[in-house]
Design a protein around this ligand. Sequence first.
Ligand SMILES: [Cu+2]
Length: 179
Amino acid sequence: MERRQILKTTGFAATAWLTGFAGCSSSNPDASEETGTPSNEATNTVLMVTEGSTYYFDPIGLFVESGETITFEIDNGSHSATAYKKGTGGASVTRIPDGAKSWDSGILNKQGATFEHTFKTTGTYDYFCIPHKSLGMVGRIVVGEPGGPAEGSMPPDGKVPESQTIVDQKAVSYSNFSG
Ligand SMILES: [Cu+2]
């Protein structure tokens, strides 16, 4: 009898302590900042940007797992996201894995306009913007792990980050890449 009373009391005290603790941590501004950070980084959106006379994809290098979808979105200007696959959007070379699905958004020109593509085949995918290909607007996506015809060389129209850098950093911003 005496023993049971002690257990009850202890149980109540623990509940009160936990409730108090939970209330305390949720009102702690440091704690909520910490939980907000990872979700901000986990975005599969590539912006297509015109900045003065510079045209670029941002991030210029992006890693995703097989089966994930990437959204290409107009930040401003007119752009396309077009795979380097011979015969797609005027591409003269193929720089996506064997058997991988090609894509071409066509030219989008409204701010906020988007095009989505789901990547299934693992490997390295280089792509370009049709209107700005000759000005070096190119990007690279690594799905799962690097591989395929894009490895070992740079696209004919511009430079992209090395695949291992993309794997290590998950996303390589244009400003970090171009210095
Ligand atoms: Cu462009």
